[in-house]
Design a protein around this ligand. Structure first.
Ligand code: NAD
Length: 287
């Protein structure tokens, strides 16, 4: 058990909406924050969509349980209101250091002293952000995987300043919300998952952008020759193309070329992955 009751999620995009819904589904009160009412309206649609997904894919889920989850989520575009009584804040804003810095500096002023702050950042180290938080001892990374309801790892990674008791609380909390907690013993860019996944996705982009093979054929080789269920471009579509784009565009010259290829051929055409109905493949339209 932990003393966490109230949870705030910052950002209601691909991951924030899933994290908010999963935590509410697990019985916690959740406050979901985003920058304006229009985006919060989209978040409402995302929660309704997730309810349908849970009813279909999560064992023992039903419309009563998903309706209760939605009822436990409150939405706000006012940061101070959203975090007023939070025991933990989980940040899932875009993977851009300046945006993270801005939100942590604002959060440091309005979050109560008791509040634990956790970042869902995929590629930044918590040490890159700890000085913006005003409370490095209560700050760490809690990294979820996309499709949280079934791909349910939570990689927990502190900095040298993180209080071990806070680390243990977050590991226990991860179990309470249906995750399999994976403690990472020292800071590692990309944790376990992305240390494996990012080089693999980059290698796939390199093959397609370099004209060596079509994305579908890259996936086909991976399926047939390794027996893995999903190929790299199917994974791109699940992640959503913007996050890999942000990562690549901050990389070396070659990675920036791959970012430009993603932008020109997919992102600029509105092909952002499953959430927009098209990416490398096409899908039934979602919200
Ligand atoms: P996203 O672009 O889908 O969503 C980001 C959300 O943050 C949007 O709703 C946006 O309106 C909001 N936002 C923008 N500026 C903000 C601000 N200043 N304050 C509050 N909200 C703001 O991004 P995402 O894919 O959900 O990624 C969010 C974080 O989760 C990133 O750090 C990313 O590395 C990490 N992550 C992503 C995945 C993935 O598969 N997409 C998986 C694990 C972790």
């Amino acid at each position: 058990m932990t003393n966490i009751d109230k949870v705030t999620i910052l950002g209601t995009g691909v991951m924030g909406s899933q994290i908010a819904f999963q935590i509410a589904y697990s019985g916690f009160d959740v406050s979901a924050y985003d920058i304006n009412e229009e985006i919060l309206e989209q978040a409402r649609k995302k929660f309704a969509h997730l309810a349908a997904v849970y009813e279909k894919e999560v064992p023992n889920a039903n419309s009563d349980k998903t309706a209760k989850a939605i009822a436990r989520i409150s939405l706000s575009s006012n940061l101070a209101d959203a975090v007023a009584d939070a025991d933990i804040v989980i940040e899932a804003v875009p993977e851009v250091l300046e945006i993270k810095r801005d939100i942590y500096e604002k959060l440091a002023k309005v979050a109560p002293a008791k509040t634990i702050l956790a970042t869902n950042s995929s590629t930044l180290l918590p040490s890159d952000m700890k000085d913006f938080t005003g409370r490095p001892d209560r700050f760490l990374a809690m990294h979820f995987a996309n499709m949280i309801w079934k791909l349910n790892t939570a990689e927990i990674m502190g900095t040298p300043d993180t209080d071990p008791a806070v680390f243990d609380t977050v590991v226990a909390f991860a179990s309470q919300i249906g995750m399999v907690p994976i403690p990472i013993h020292k800071e590692k860019a990309g944790y376990v998952l992305n240390s494996l996944l990012v080089p693999w996705l980059n290698a796939a982009a390199d093959l397609a952008a370099g004209g060596y093979a079509e994305p579908e054929d890259v996936d086909k080789v991976w399926h047939i020759a390794t027996g893995a269920p999903l190929g790299p471009f199917q994974i791109y579509d699940i992640i959503g193309l913007k996050t890999p784009y942000n990562i690549l565009s901050h990389g070396d010259a070659h990675e920036q070329k791959l970012a430009a290829w993603l932008k020109e051929n997919y992102i600029d055409k509105g092909k952002l992955g499953i959430s927009t109905g098209a990416g490398f493949y096409t899908y039934p339209k979602q919200v």
